[in-house]
Unconditional design. Sequence first.
Length: 233
Amino acid sequence: MLEIRNLKSGYGKMVILQGVNLFVKRGEIVAVLGPNGAGKTTLLNTIFGIATIHEGDILFENRSITSVKLHEVVRMGISYAPQLSNVFPNLTVEENLEMGSFIRGKDQTIKEDMKEIFKLFPEIDRRRDQKAKTLSGGERQMLAVARALMSRPKLLLLDEPTAGLSPRAGIALMNKIKEIRDRGVTILIVEQNVKRALEIADRGYVLVSGRIVKEDSAENLMKTDIERLFFVS
């Protein structure tokens, strides 16, 4: 579904990713692991069209999206739940979900999709009339993922979805992410919590200083001292 070839990207003239190669098959959960500052968020930003590409190519369903504008990327079937500023704090939960479906116009199935989202996330269903800023950290992250799903993506990009959450909330959210995949959405997830990510992933990549230093099945990576690789230069 997604293929990244020899990608060099960053912000302006600053290059962060140094020749990254990566692929995601339809129906997979693929985890990108690495320390702070490795370039994990830049990778997702580049796929989504909000970072500068210096070299390389990004293919989505065999079509290059290297020069495709952000709103077209969404229309093609890619959605993104960033780590920060990922909900509209002064809008209610339901209004946030409506904003997530904005690109679908007056699609008559939006209300039905919202019902399904609330079944998947009963934690935010109970808060549907509350402003997002009143939610707990875990509820807010669930809302961010739910909002991203409202565009009916084929590929969902998740940036550190469990960052700052309690262990219990983090596990609950990861279980939801696995259920989303089981419903037919392919997922590329960036995570610092190695164990938590690999428990739900099919495959993983270790990104250090803008370069992929290891790629393997989640099962094999679970047997590897991943943190040791974080210090590979």
